[in-house]
Design a protein around this ligand. Sequence first.
Ligand SMILES: Nc1ncnc2c1ncn2[C@@H]1O[C@H](COP(=O)(O)OP(=O)(O)O)[C@@H](O)[C@H]1O
Ligand SMILES: [Mg+2]
Length: 317
Amino acid sequence: MRFLKKGDDKKPKSEPEQETKGHPDLKVISGSQISGQRPQQPTQPQQQPQQQNITLPNIKYKIAVASGKGGVGKSTVATNLAISLANAGGAVGLMDADAYGPSIPTMMGVQEQPKVSPARKLIPLVRHNIKLMSIGFMVAEEQAMIWRGPMLHSSIRQLLSDVEWGELEYLIIDLPPGTGDVALSLTQAIPLTGALIVTTPQDVALADVRRGVAMFERLGVPILGIIENMSYFLCPHCNEKTEIFRKDGGKNTSERFGVAFLGQIPLDAEVCTAGDIGVPIVAGHPESPQSEAFGAVAQELESVLEESGDDDELTIL
Ligand SMILES: Nc1ncnc2c1ncn2[C@@H]1O[C@H](COP(=O)(O)OP(=O)(O)O)[C@@H](O)[C@H]1O
Ligand SMILES: [Mg+2]
């Protein structure tokens, strides 16, 4: 699949390098520099994709956060979950693989350019005790993200292999919405421990969950669980819960697929504001009921991983 501007139906003479903010050492290499590596279409069910030659042995759990559609709060969940896991004592990295709309820099409140180590690797930025790397650090914020398939593929690989992640217990990877090339590139690059699927409780969102689950099934990636976001409104005055959307949609969907349900996150203005100002709620208000909800999801995730003991024992649907 190729991502070209509208009307740009001719193959460019040479692949342009993605424009950077001017850092001499930072550039997203063009696809032509990768020798014959192209994303493969997942045609065979249960097939482990090829080219998993980035092993990252110092990272215990590599977990993708996915959603069937955009705007369900995937990046919000990824950031707050990462901080909750770090609060519980683990060393955590957060990789923003949303090449089309990287939001981790804004949500974590960091816009600097990463430095380069003597070994010519990018040094992750650290905020709220999390090691961060994002395509957003390398590409100007206002720049339209138009990626050719191979370029996208190579930049995902760079975020994994050309970054000094060091020893981590968790690497949380925030994917773009939907079932696309980035998920494919990621599963081709590293053996993922598994995927988390974020949804809202409405039927329309849940239909997309099924597509997300089906994609990971085809790629042979275990589903670690479903997280339902914007589940209910918690009145800040009387603490009464109001179910705005259909009740327990995510929970019922998890049961139908036989995967773990990791918990519900309330719809809350502070969760949204916290993301906008770059201090996720779990970092800014760790004692709040909203942060407790994220903490409970983190704990459930830890139990799923502990119970599985070995990656191979996780449910491959
Ligand atoms: N639980 C929540 N309560 C209130 N607002 C939320 C919640 N989760 C996400 N949002 C807001 O919804 C918008 C979309 O969330 P985002 O995490 O960017 O979604 P996605 O990554 O799935 O596209 C953001 O403005 C975010 O702050
Ligand atoms: Mg997002």
